[in-house]
Ligand binder design. Structure first.
Ligand SMILES: [Zn+2]
Ligand SMILES: [Zn+2]
Length: 372
């Protein structure tokens, strides 16, 4: 099999040939067809995450050792099936599948609930992080239950994006759904702000539309007027707000709150995660509102402590989702017509060019590796 690996941070990935793995007992080998290039691949490529105020961490001190085979948005077909398959596993050779990429410790309570995305030892074992992922022509998956069959109506290139972009959106939306349902019950309507117009937000907006109460006004913000216009045209958004460069935070907060209902938003999903985005997002919340942090761009968020308690606001983080949530998402996507974000296709041989373009923000929508 052919693969591209990161041997040293910030250097081009190195290509190599190695033997196709045998399917492990209880596992599956997937022949890769499409792998999404996630923004967090770019972060891992650089290895450094800024925590703000001059503090940063090296991801390799915590989550992985070099070389790494990236790729946690994996879709392909079943190539070989190991012995001792788990009960209920009914995969056949050639089935179109998506890989649930999270792997935890397998011993804690969260792992027992099939939610390794919440395991204290999360990330290190994930496919494409600590375990070889989809920047390769084959991926060995240790637990066949992490290989989910895709219905015919969901193409493989869409399926790969569900593994992270879709699941990340679904997990974050699932965490605020009860709140929004309650506000609709109390007040008849509610509102949600999603920051950014990237590929992740494209999934998030559409999943929100299909998944949240109908009486939810969903507003998109962006710092780019052109991207905001195009995004809202494609997805026919309820409303939008431009966070113009150079405008003061106070002005942008006032502008944003006006777009919510009854003085602001009941929930905000910050898909960016910079000091500016999180600051505006938090201040645009109504009393009792929740901000979910999804983006990982880096920096420090600062919030007035008394404001959080006085107005019963909540700030929480969300990382991907559970295997059950991925199953529900696949069903939701199969049952609802969704528009894919614009896709730029690359061959595995072009991966270094693709990473450079993504790092410079030159890819609108999603970049995907297409295999033969
Ligand atoms: Zn990802
Ligand atoms: Zn665990």
């Amino acid at each position: 099999m052919y693969r591209a690996q990161l041997v040293k941070p910030n250097e081009p990935l190195v290509f190599s040939e190695t033997a196709i793995p045998d399917a492990p007992d209880g596992g599956i080998v997937v022949k890769t067809k499409f792998t999404g290039i996630c923004a967090s691949d770019i972060m891992m490529w650089g290895d450094v995450v800024s925590l703000g105020e001059g503090v940063s961490i090296n991801l390799s001190d915590f989550f992985y050792k070099f070389p790494i085979t990236f790729g946690h948005e994996i879709a392909g077909i079943v190539y070989s099936i190991g012995k001792k398959q788990p009960a209920g596993s009914a995969l056949n050779l050639g089935d179109p599948v998506v890989v649930y990429s999270c792997r935890g410790c397998n011993t804690c309570g969260y792992c027992a609930q099939y939610a390794p995305n919440k395991c204290a030892k999360r990330l290190g074992g994930n496919y494409g992080i600590g375990t070889p992922g989809g920047y390769a022509t084959f991926v060995s998956v240790f637990n066949a239950q992490d290989v989910l069959k895709l219905p015919d109506v969901v193409p493989l290139e869409v399926g790969c994006m569900l593994g992270c972009a879709g699941l990340t959106s679904y997990g974050a939306l699932d965490s605020i759904k009860p709140l929004l349902e309650n506000i609709v019950k109390l007040e008849g309507e509610t509102s949600l702000l999603i920051t950014s117009t990237g590929g992740l937000s494209a999934w998030c907006y559409q999943i929100a539309r299909a998944f949240l109460p109908k009486k939810t006004k969903i507003v998109i913000s962006s710092t780019s007027e052109g991207r905001l216009e195009r995004f809202c045209k494609i997805h026919r958004c309820d409303d939008k707000v431009l966070w113009k460069d150079g405008a003061s935070v106070a002005d942008l907060v006032a502008l944003t709150k006006e777009k919510g209902l009854n003085g602001g938003f009941d929930a905000v999903l910050d898909m960016v995660g910079t000091p500016q985005s999180t600051n505006i997002a938090y201040q645009s919340l109504r009393p009792n509102g929740t901000m979910v942090m999804v983006g990982l761009r880096g920096g420090t968020g600062s919030y007035p402590a008394p404001d959080i308690s006085m107005w019963s606001k909540e700030i929480k983080g969300s990382l991907m989702g559970s295997r059950e949530q991925l199953k529900k998402l696949i069903t939701l996507v199969a049952e609802n017509k969704m528009t894919c974000p614009p896709i730029s296709y690359f061959k595995l041989d072009e991966i270094n060019e693709a990473l450079e373009l993504q790092k410079k923000g030159k890819i609108e929508g999603r970049a995907i590796i297409q295999f033969d």
